[in-house]
Design a protein around this ligand. Structure first.
Ligand code: ADP
Ligand code: ZN
Ligand code: ZN
Length: 756
């Protein structure tokens, strides 16, 4: 990106000037400034500066350094005003990566920087108190007490902050002690590395493990790539407990020995505390651990430690993909299939995809690990775009968990123990509780989409064009496709049953998809003396609450935990021996082309939660579709057949990975506005595609499956193409030329994960 001339004044410049490009939010291009001689030694890519912009002072990053000669014309350029933070906030290598992102997601570089780099905070100066050598005694109780503590702390001293917490309003006493020359005060700069997570002390370290043959061969391939120091991506596919984490750790040790640095991405730190602990126990360097609810200061200090090269291992959630590690050699993406790698607002990047991009840009190795890889990654592996490493067995013998299917279609209404609980599940819960073991019950809270389901065969009504379920709309009493807007009257009877048999009475289609929220109440009624907890996004808003629930499960004070897919994620909770899935079909009937994949992943993960090592686990799946491939293949633990089947459907129906998608969502307070806006946009798109020879297909517009969010009505339009470059071309044109009325909000989602 070259400098902008708009802003500068055309007056002759002096020859000695050092010029920099500064990227300022929200501007789409960098501006050029000159650097006064006093600051020239401090100029580097990534330094945060204040510059004059029009009549105000703006803050931005140096994203280019050029000499006077590089400017074709001579201009007098304004000086930068001040250096906000002297050390660079990112490396030149990271900047290349940010520029790639800006290009791919069609957003200004300034927007990427704004998202990526935390706001710098001034380095804190802390007052520290120390006891002097004087042994004089004092009279007041408080004085004595404070002095005792100071003497106890000896040379380490104690921070003013900590003292104020121990002894509120003690400033006067401290001053008095200082007057008596019994205490002294010193100012200390806070060190960024104090915000890092330090390795466990030697005695806490776990012994290292001898890898089994499969692990060793996976590690061999990874090490070979690390030795080459050129880009390679790998899919590490191994069932839960097959030893993937051991492979990550040994690969990380290899990198540390080579002097490189490591980035470890996890879906949610609070859900995978073991991973952090195990890295901490086995690697000898401090870690920067970055999760979503980190206080601002800690987030900035972790970033600073990384940018200053004080820290070579960063572990964190999706936003850590931006971390400015020096000499990055290895990126690990654990649970790569997890949809939380996709950012849900702003520019919607996918950290898993970016892990491959970043490695490619800097010649690093990426490991995508999962027990149930996304079919996209599996497809990449089958096309040899990335390597495929398989861990088939668990290193130690475990009692296998067993799957049991309860066909709800065969149970008469009166036979159900409650609305959601079948007699089979009920007795399994009872048996488990009697043995003193614990139960997980999974329900899909997103049961907002109502669909018609056949009582006999479990099928629902699908869109003939898009192969996603039609959802039922109360108002018009119609079935609607949320991809292409196809509508129909709700049919009276089930087509798939009619095709198979000629039954005398036609099976009824029934409306389903809500009511799962009631589960908690049902459980309290059925198991009055049992401690039941609930875990979902609503009840576990804060991390501490989440941790306390998980703690309760670990120490046995919670006997039944009911929750959304959150509870299926990587917890190692050995007391849980029964996992019940209340209604598998809710997930299958989502108007989302990834519905089958998500259900397969969820059920497989749920299976991984049931019983570990000594006690065999049971998984009970309640469904009306026992033969649906994603349920049947879960119970057979056959990922490969699942992936093949799913990929052949995607190919036939032209969904990713065979096509690229962009989802355009409009929202507005008035119901008709979003869809009308999208209709206009669609017409313009068609004209542009013709004019620029872009081949893109438009699906929709149609109301979004979640029609209303925060009082705004939503509609969406899907753009589909074989090439993402075509889509990018179109999106850039749209962003530039479409004038959207202020009362309508438009968002563009490249490679959307969320279709709701
Ligand atoms: P995953 O990450 O695939 O779920 P882990 O790496 O957590 O699997 O391994 C599961 C358990 O097996 C852990 O307790 C780990 O310490 C142990 N383990 C892993 N590899 C070996 C091995 N080669 N020999 C013995 N135990 C192992
Ligand atoms: Zn039927
Ligand atoms: Zn459709």
């Amino acid at each position: 990106m070259l400098s902008m001339r708009k802003f500068v004044r055309p007056v002759a410049a002096s020859r000695e000037e050092l010029l920099v490009e500064v990227t300022l939010s929200p501007l789409s291009e960098a501006y050029t400034y000159s650097v006064p001689e006093t600051h020239q030694s401090e100029i580097e890519i990534g330094v945060r500066v204040e510059v004059p912009l029009g009549r105000r002072i703006a803050v931005g990053f140096i994203t280019g350094v050029l000499s006077e000669r590089e400017l074709q014309e001579t201009f007098q350029i304004k000086n930068i005003h001040r250096i906000v933070h002297p050390a660079p906030c990112f490396t030149p290598e990271a900047l290349e990566f940010y520029k790639w992102i800006a290009h791919y997601y069609c957003v200004p570089l300034s927007k990427v920087l704004e998202t990526a780099v935390p706001d710098p905070l001034p380095i804190k100066i802390q007052k520290h108190w120390f006891a002097t050598a004087s042994r004089d005694e004092v009279r007041g109780i408080k004085q004595k007490e404070i002095l005792r503590i100071l003497r106890e702390r000896d040379v380490a001293g104690i921070s003013h902050f900590e003292l104020q917490q121990l002894f509120p309003k003690s400033s006067a006493i401290l001053n008095r002690l200082q007057e008596l020359e019994l205490a002294i005060r010193e100012e200390k700069k806070e060190d960024a590395s104090s915000f890092l997570t330090h390795p466990h002390l030697a005695e806490d370290c776990l012994p290292s493990i001898t890898l089994n043959e499969q692990q060793a061969s996976a590690l061999g391939a990874i090490s070979a790539s690390l030795n080459q120091k050129s880009y390679n991506g790998f899919l590490l596919h191994g069932i839960t407990g097959s030893g993937k984490t051991e492979v990550y750790i040994e690969a990380a040790q290899h990198v540390l020995a080579q002097g490189g640095s490591i980035l470890v991405l996890v879906p949610e730190i609070a859900l995978t505390p073991q991973l952090v602990d195990r890295f901490r126990a086995r690697l000898e360097l401090p870690l920067a651990v970055m999760h979503s609810s980190l206080p601002k200061r800690k987030r900035w200090e972790c970033w600073r430690a990384i940018a200053e090269g004080q820290c070579r291992i960063a572990q964190g959630v999706r936003s850590s993909i931006f971390a400015p590690l020096h000499n990055l050699s290895l990126i690990i993406v654990d649970e790569e299939h997890d949809s939380s790698y996709k950012q849900g607002d702003g520019f919607r990047y996918n950290a898993r995809d970016l892990a491959l991009v970043r490695a490619k840009l800097c010649g690093a190795t990426t490991i995508l690990g999962s027990a149930t890889p996304s079919v996209e990654s599996f497809y990449n592996a089958s096309q040899k775009k990335i390597g495929y490493l398989r861990l088939k067995e668990r290193p130690y013998q475990t009692k296998q968990h067993s799957y049991e299917i309860v066909n709800l279609g065969r149970i008469k209404k009166g036979e159900m123990v409650s609305e959601s609980i079948s007699p089979q599940l009920f007795s399994a819960i009872q048996e488990t509780l009697i043995r003193g073991e614990q139960v997980f019950l999974l329900y899909n809270r997103r049961g907002f989409a109502r669909y018609l389901q056949c009582n006999t065969c479990g099928e629902s009504v699908f869109c003939p064009n898009c192969s996603v379920p039609l959802t039922y709309h109360q108002y018009g009493q119609k079935l609607l496709c949320h991809y292409c807007s196809f509508t129909m009257e709700p049919p009276q009877d089930c087509k798939s049953c009619m095709e198979r048999t000629d039954l005398e009475s036609t099976p009824l289609l029934e409306l389903r998809g809500s009511g799962t929220q009631k589960l908690f109440e049902e459980l309290e009624e059925l198991f009055p003396n049992v401690s039941i907890a609930r875990l979902d996004r609503d009840s576990a808003d804060s991390l501490s609450e989440l941790e306390s629930i998980l703690h309760g499960v670990r120490d046995g004070s919670i006997q039944i935990l009911a929750g959304t897919q959150m509870i299926a994620k990587g917890h190692d909770l050995p007391g849980v021996t029964l996992v019940g899935v209340i209604d598998c079909d809710v997930g299958l009937h989502m108007p989302d082309f990834r519905a089958a994949e998500r259900v397969f992943q969820l059920l497989t993960q749920a299976g991984g939660r049931a019983g570990r090592r000594e006690i065999p686990g049971r998984v009970i799946l309640q469904t009306r579709l026992p033969n649906h491939f994603s349920i049947a293949l879960t119970t057979e633990e056959d990922y490969h057949s699942f992936a093949k089947r799913e990929l052949s459907l995607r190919k036939k129906l032209l969904y990713p990975p065979f096509r690229k998608l962009v989802r355009v969502v409009c929202s507005a307070a008035e119901e008709q506005l979003p869809i009308e806006q999208l209709r206009t946009m669609r017409l313009m798109i068609q004209q542009w595609c013709e004019a620029h020879a872009i081949s893109i297909e438009c699906l929709g517009p149609s109301p979004a499956p979640i029609e209303k969010v925060k009082a705004l009505f939503r509609a969406h339009l899907l753009l589909r193409s074989e090439k993402s470059s075509e889509l990018r071309k179109l999106v850039s044109i749209m962003k530039k030329h479409i004038k959207v009325p202020v009362n309508i909000r438009v968002t563009y989602d490249m490679d959307p994960q969320d279709m709701l």
